[in-house]
Design a protein around this ligand. Structure first.
Ligand code: HEM
Ligand SMILES: CC(C)=CCC/C(C)=C/CC/C(C)=C/COP(=O)(O)OP(=O)(O)O
Length: 308
């Protein structure tokens, strides 16, 4: 190869690759993994609520919940870009990796927030739209901007954001809030601390590095594990409320009891340091648990219709 040709090859090969944003990067900004469970719990709220909604409107309401969840996540990624670039788990996200400009993530989040709340208000009802706006506001302002970097109780209070979706689905059908929809809210509210602290236990170093006062960083592992057990114990009776109010039947109650006891076993094993990967296993189980619990709600209603 001539020197000129070799130079050209070297020049072409050594030009640093300019990161190009792809549709996938923008989709990643919406935290699609979390969105799956948000959408699922929202859809369950809608499916088990008393009353009727046209299937097309049901799909519109669920789409609004999905879009709002993604919108809030995109604004969260914009705000947290300074700490995300230093944490192992988050450093390859589209903004810290330089694949998406930060202001575009913010614009996308604001645009999707406005679209989702407006469509919910116009096509569904004002109660569902108001709850949707509150959940976005809770995630963005209360959790991300106010509490996350200030207190180890950040996820207990801020976690309420993720507890709204079933209430929103319920309100889409009924136009309001009642004891049962509040019970659905409380289930996710109580579930969030063990869900998140299980992860925080094995990602503690990341949070300490960037100065985010997650519970294990501030109070230590033992205190965190005790609090996880506390919330997991409280969660069990809360999951049985829809059975005692008569909304759901025995199939649901039995599933809630069994899966809840298994969650408790995880919390106990984490507390006792039963194995090195106990927190990782509890985190994984927390996600499966919520899917199964909410799935059992729908199955219970279908079974009841089938039997009677
Ligand atoms: C303040 C409340 C919450 C916090 C701080 C939190 C935190 C987290 C974090 C940091 C991860 C990422 C794990 C990783 O990257 O390896 C995660 C994963 C996940 N979370 Fe949560 N979470 C919260 C509430 C919720 C809620 C309410 C839901 C849905 C109902 C949820 C569903 C999920 C799912 C499905 C995953 C696994 C998918 C994924 O990793 O993308 N989370 N959570
Ligand atoms: C309808 C609607 C608006 C729903 C969205 C609400 C929702 C799912 C909130 C959950 C909060 C959440 C996933 C926090 C992740 O923590 P983090 O942001 O600190 O996690 P990170 O370190 O991975 O960024």
């Amino acid at each position: 190869m001539s020197k000129t040709a070799l130079d050209q090859t070297l020049t072409i090969d050594t030009v640093p690759a300019i990161p190009v944003s792809t549709v996938r990067d923008y989709f990643t900004l919406l935290k699609p993994g979390v969105m799956t469970l948000v959408v699922f719990t929202g859809a369950v709220g809608l499916l088990i609520a008393p009353g009727h909604i046209h299937p097309f409107l049901a799909l519109v309401a669920i789409a609004c919940i999905a879009v709002a969840s993604g919108a809030a996540a995109s604004i969260n990624m914009w705000y947290d870009r300074d700490i995300d670039q230093h944490m192992k788990r988050t450093m390859n996200r589209p903004i810290p990796a330089g694949r998406v400009p930060a202001d575009e993530a913010l614009s996308l989040g604001i645009l999707l927030s406005i679209v989702s709340v407006t469509v919910m208000a116009v096509a569904i009802n004002l109660a569902a739209a108001a709850l949707l706006a509150v959940s976005i506001g809770f995630y963005v302002f209360v959790y991300t901007m106010w509490l996350k970097r200030r207190t180890p109780q950040n996820i207990v209070i801020g976690g309420a954001a993720g507890a709204f979706p079933p209430m929103i689905g319920w309100a889409a059908v009924t136009g309001g809030i009642d004891l049962n929809s509040m019970a659905l809210f409380m289930i996710i509210f109580m579930w969030t601390p063990p869900h998140f602290w299980a992860l925080a236990l094995f990602r503690c170093g990341d949070y300490a590095k960037v100065g985010v006062p997650m519970m294990p960083v501030v109070a230590g592992d033992l205190a965190t594990k005790k609090q996880m057990l506390f919330y997991t114990i409280l969660l069990l009776p809360v999951t049985l409320v829809p059975y005692f109010t008569g909304l759901l039947g025995l199939f649901y109650a039995a599933t809630a009891a069994m899966t809840g006891l298994w969650f408790l076993r995880h919390a106990w094993r984490v507390l006792r340091n039963a194995e090195e990967k106990a927190p990782q296993k509890m985190f994984g189980y927390s996600i499966l648990y919520l899917f199964v619990l909410f799935g059992a709600m729908v199955a219970d209603i279908w079974l009841e219709g089938f039997i009677t």
